[in-house]
Design a protein around this ligand. Structure first.
Ligand code: WQD
Length: 338
């Protein structure tokens, strides 16, 4: 099993660079920041942009619309169509005098990442290095990064807390962990403060119905179940029912996207206030099985939601449930809608 580069190696030097100019010079309180949301036309990104606006911050979205959609943009937010692999365009967008950026622009299909690692290296790794270098060059001193429970790999204990070993089982999770490591070095060497938010399974839509962009060809369970509920696909394939779980099917920690969005704003404000970096899990702390999700969808929609048991999907752990104690303690965050 490939171990993440630098695993076990001594971390970056402990000396910390002075606080980044923006952090020191900016007198904007943490309550009316100018925020660049990279990937803000996407599923989670649009919810984060909405929450930033609702919290009184001003927002510009930078997105190449490769998976996001214009329908997910808000009139109150500016929009720059651009690619994170286009450094000049990214740098010019960054020069808007931003207090912080949120980075949610990544490919996220774990299965695909094992077939096309080069696609994930280019977009997730090179793309992020572009974002961080442009941020340093443009003087954006704070980053909230969309990380993932996939950084942990096979659970050694449950619930998973932030001390759990990070041994990703798929290349997607590896890219997320590598980015966290780069952020650690940029914090110590350049004073770039960050929050790495390790999402568990994001689900749901804006509880006030303001966002409705559907993901094209989803692979995640809940969108697949809802496509079966409305006849967009004939059935849900249940990947295995022979796991050592309550009903034999996979158990995951589903966290509502509106709860996730609130955590991003809390993290932005926390970094601005404390001028320190943070890595936290975001989960509901409750595990639900595939069959429980299918049953819930049948109950909520009143539709049959056909489901068929098939073989396991390689690389799937039986159960993944988060401890979000650290997010509660530092950000005062907890899942409300999950
Ligand atoms: C959930 C459960 C499947 C589809 C992945 C990424 C993770 C994060 C969330 C971005 C599992 C089962 C699924 C289907 C099924 N992504 N399932 N039939 O694999 O827990 O996590 O998405 O951050 O990084 O790895 O999510 O929704 O694919 O699967 O039976 O058609 O549903 O086996 O138990 P997963 P998922």
């Amino acid at each position: 099993k490939p171990r993440p580069a630098g695993q076990g190696a001594r971390g970056p030097p402990r000396a910390r660079a002075a606080p980044f100019p923006t952090a020191a010079a900016s007198h904007r309180k943490e309550h009316n920041m100018k925020i660049l949301v990279v990937g803000g036309a996407g599923y989670i990104g649009s919810h984060v942009a909405r929450e930033c606006l609702d919290s009184g911050h001003s927002v510009t979205v930078y997105d190449n619309l490769s998976s996001g959609s214009k329908g997910n943009l808000f009139p109150e937010a500016s929009f720059v169509e651009g690619d994170i692999l286009d450094y000049p365009a990214l740098l010019s967008a960054m020069r808007g005098g931003y207090d912080a950026l949120v980075h949610l622009a990544a490919f996220k299909a774990a299965g695909e990442s094992m077939l096309k690692p080069e696609k994930y290296s280019l977009n997730n790794l090179n793309g992020t290095v572009n974002i961080l270098n442009a941020a340093l060059e443009a003087g954006v001193g704070r980053v909230v990064f969309s990380s993932s429970a996939a950084t942990y790999g096979e659970p050694k204990y449950l619930p998973i807390d932030e001390r759990h070993p990070t041994e990703p089982e798929n290349y997607y999770g590896f890219t997320k962990l590598e980015i966290e490591r780069i952020l650690g070095w940029y914090d110590r060497l350049k004073g770039l403060r960050f929050a790495a938010l390790r999402y568990f399974n994001a689900a749901g839509y804006d509880v006030r119905g303001r966002i409705s962009g559907l993901e094209r060809n989803p692979a995640n369970l809940i969108p697949v179940v809802m496509e079966a509920a409305c006849g967009m696909r004939p059935e849900v394939q249940v990947f295995g029912n022979d796991y050592g779980t309550k009903d034999g099917t996979g158990v995951r920690d589903y966290v509502h996207v509106s709860d996730l969005a609130r955590a991003h704003v809390a993290a932005l404000e926390w970094i601005a206030k404390n001028d320190r970096s943070l890595t936290v899990n975001l989960g509901s702390e409750e595990g639900l099985s595939v069959l429980e999700i299918v049953e819930a969808a049948r109950r909520v929609t009143g539709r049959p939601v056909p489901a068929k048991i098939v073989g396991r999907r390689p690389g799937d752990p039986a159960k993944l449930v988060a401890s979000s104690a650290l997010a509660k303690e530092t950000l005062g965050w907890e899942a409300r809608h999950s």
